[in-house]
Ligand binder design. Structure first.
Ligand code: BGC
Length: 416
């Protein structure tokens, strides 16, 4: 993946949610590693998330060129060379080479029909050309893959990367010979990274409720991303809202009138339920505040507030446990779950070694109870002995640096 020899100035662009991030990093080779880095976060106007591909990429190219113009003297592009960019694009893509790939579908609230089926690197190159920005994308990566590359740069025990943010996904390092779908040349390292796109996982065994079904049916992408809709930050708040609405209608939870705001999709966001869930005050003051400011419910008995907390707990716990089950499934697949104790050949593949799972995303980072449920479930499913060899570590913003590293290791100027 990356070798640690990477040197020079590289850029990264991270597009995958309501914000995108631009980053530059000066790499110093095996000794200096990451000498310095700077980034900026730009929010995407909501009309661009459902507009045209050209408008979205023109906006990105504009912000990227502004960022490049602000490059200070501490950053040193090599004379006569175009700047190079790692492009983290966090949507399902059919990747055709290290720097090309076709968008399969949008997720997470994006719906730009004319982008589907197009090469996203080409779209970015075209927009940069229109802007007069001389820059080349040398690596196109999913955010999970960027996170894995960024975390493995520092720690070779990292075998899995998981994103739990607006959306969710995971990738892991697999032995090339275990990939039956792959018929290309065997990589020198003997292994490859699999981007699972687990957000789209579906099984009739998932504990799906009528609330999940309604949420899915009313979403921008019905029938898609079933697992993501039960687990990730974009949806947990709205699941809670749907249950509250049902209780308000059927059982007069908030009095005889149903609060009008409860009918508004996505009005209750995951940070709101995290705030309520984490309320430690005796009279659940934070819960009262959120119910008032978001739903317009001015006073609630303590019993009702307790019930709201319990509901947040249920929804967060279910999501966290499902994500944990996914992680343990990966560990099983790569033989790091203790199963080698009954099959010695698996032990040779790294069983008994420490395994680190690099985790990124706002849901995991900012929702301590979700985090706790996830860690507890991973430990519980693995058992104490194996769990002692597995750690889940927050690797914040690793995907940007990871993309820059991959841009460096695939530079068009390598060997020149
Ligand atoms: C996308 C993935 C991405 C994940 C986390 C999902 O909606 O399909 O490609 O990795 O979100 O950002």
């Amino acid at each position: 993946m990356v070798s640690r020899d990477e040197e020079g100035l590289y850029y990264a662009l991270d597009l995958g949610g309501t914000n995108f991030r631009v980053l530059r990093v000066q790499l110093g080779g095996p000794e200096g590693r990451v000498l310095r880095q700077e980034y900026e976060e730009v929010s995407i106007p909501s009309h661009l998330m459902v507009g045209s591909n050209e408008d979205l990429f023109d906006y990105i190219a504009l912000e990227l060129s502004r960022f490049v113009e602000s490059e200070g003297e501490n950053y040193h592009p090599k004379p006569g060379r175009d700047r190079e960019l790692g492009f983290t694009f966090s949507f399902p893509v059919k990747q055709t080479s290290i720097n090309s790939g076709y968008l399969i579908k949008w997720t997470k609230g994006f719906a730009i029909p004319d982008g589907v089926g197009k090469d996203v690197v080409q779209a970015l190159h075209d927009a940069m050309k229109r802007r007069g920005l001389a820059m080349r994308v040398t690596a196109l990566v999913n955010d999970t893959v960027g996170a894995l590359a960024g975390a493995r740069y520092w720690n070779e025990d990292v075998m899995v990367a998981v994103i739990l943010g607006t959306g969710t996904n995971a990738c892991y390092v697999e032995r090339a010979e275990a990939i039956t779908k792959y018929h290309g040349e065997s990589p020198r390292s003997g292994s490859m990274v699999i981007n699972m796109e687990w957000g789209n996982f579906w099984s009739s065994h998932l504990p799906r409720t009528i609330y999940d079904e309604d949420l899915d049916a009313e979403s921008l992408n019905p029938g898609e991303q079933g697992f993501e809709k039960m687990v990730s930050g974009m949806y947990l708040g709205d699941i809670v809202r749907r249950v509250l609405l049902k209780m308000a209608e059927d059982s007069f939870l908030f009095g005889t009138e149903v609060p009008a705001n409860l009918y508004k999709p996505n009005i209750l966001r995951t940070p709101d339920i995290s705030k309520m869930h984490q309320d430690e005050s005796a009279d659940l003051r934070e819960v009262a505040k959120v119910l008032k400011s978001i739903l317009g419910v001015s006073s609630t008995p303590l019993k009702v507030r307790m019930l709201v907390v319990e509901l947040c707990d249920l929804v967060a716990e279910r999501g966290a446990r499902l994500a944990a089950a996914g992680i343990v499934g990966i560990l099983k697949k790569i033989g790091r779950d203790g199963s080698c104790l009954s099959n010695r050949s698996k032990c040779d593949q790294g069983e008994g070694r420490h395994t680190t799972i690099a985790m990124d995303g706002g849901l995991y980072e900012h929702y301590p109870k979700f985090r706790k449920y996830l860690q507890e479930t991973v430990a519980h499913l693995l058992g104490e002995e194996i769990a002692a060899n597995v750690s889940v570590e927050l690797s914040k913003d690793g995907s940007g640096i990871g993309a820059a590293l991959l841009a460096a290791s695939h530079s068009q100027y390598v060997n020149t």
